[in-house]
Write a protein that binds this ligand. Structure first.
Ligand SMILES: [Zn+2]
Length: 302
């Protein structure tokens, strides 16, 4: 079976076709129509038809996009492509494409991609984390996304930072309406804000990490605060889910030292004398979203 995955973003949309073994048959990227729901639908249909024309075969279709289909209404919600919110995207795509279509959010697609044939391959329970502009999570068990009755499984970025000390309470205000969410500490902008609060200097995450590597003490302290918070946030997940592997993605995942320091640090908060959970860097990088969307399509996986 050929699988088509579409990563529907606010500014660009990517399509990929995978064969049975997960090899890439083709990949194509276009600009997303903005503020136009009908044009978005037409673009997806055109991309699928063109791809199937080139392959000469009908394919299973999966879509990855920010947001989720509300289980109550069947309408998309929580997408930062706001013109898709409140629209019956899944229903309309099933009508237009005349087949079953699966939709999951970008963190779930990332986790599925890494669990099927990425860094988490061969592990039964995989927790995927995106540490980017926001912080998202996804759970895959035996190669299947666990989404849950509320479609929020894995969304731990808006839980409070666990074992917070007085300097971390109440914590920064979050767009969700609460304060001190994990996302406000572990997102790229959260890291920048934390460093600026300590030093008065606004730097991008990569700049802080570079400075720390060169021995600049304030930057090194910011990096140590970050990895300590990441360890606490992941210890919380391990105490609930006890995954075999945790795979990190997003811009803040590209720091080799996290994979040594964090599993050492998290032992203090995990309710077990021994911790075998692996902390892994993603294998597919920016391609994980679109590859995971393709794996949503039904049928056997490698
Ligand atoms: Zn929040």
């Amino acid at each position: 079976m050929i699988r088509i995955g579409i990563d529907l973003g606010g500014t660009k949309t990517e399509i990929i076709a995978l064969d049975e073994a997960g090899s890439e048959l083709l990949r194509h990227r276009v600009a997303s129509p903005r503020h136009d729901y009908q044009a978005t639908l037409s673009m997806i249909v055109r991309l699928v038809e063109e791809t199937e024309g080139q392959l000469g075969r009908r394919a299973a279709v999966g879509i990855g996009t920010p947001g989720a289909i509300s289980p109550g209404t069947g309408l998309l919600r929580n997408s930062n492509s706001t013109w898709l919110n409140g629209r019956p995207l899944l229903h309309d795509l099933i009508e237009c494409l005349q087949r079953d279509v699966r939709i999951e959010n970008d963190a779930n697609c990332f986790t599925l991609s890494e669990a099927v044939d990425g860094a988490g391959a061969g592990h039964r329970v995989v927790f995927g984390v995106i540490l980017g502009t926001g912080v998202g999570g996804g759970i895959v068990v035996d190669g299947r996304v666990i989404s849950g009755p509320n479609r929020i499984a894995g969304e731990w970025g808006h839980n409070p930072l666990p074992w917070a000390d007085d300097s971390e309470r109440p914590g920064p205000a979050c767009y969700c309406g609460k304060s001190g969410c994990i996302e406000t500490f572990l997102s790229g902008p959260g890291f920048t804000r934390d460093h600026a609060a300590a030093t008065g200097t606004m730097l991008e995450g990569a700049e802080i990490i570079d400075a720390a590597r060169q021995g600049e003490l304030c930057s090194a302290a910011s990096v140590e605060r970050y990895e300590q918070r990441l360890a606490r946030a992941l210890a919380h997940v391990i105490n609930v889910l006890d995954p075999d592997a945790i795979v990190l993605g997003g811009g803040m995942s590209n720091v080799p030292r996290w994979y040594e320091t964090v599993p050492h640090l998290w032992q203090e908060w995990i309710f077990s004398d021994r911790v075998d959970t692996l902390l892994l860097h993603n294998r597919h990088g920016d391609s994980s979203g679109v590859r995971g969307a393709a794996w949503l399509g039904s049928g056997p996986r490698p």
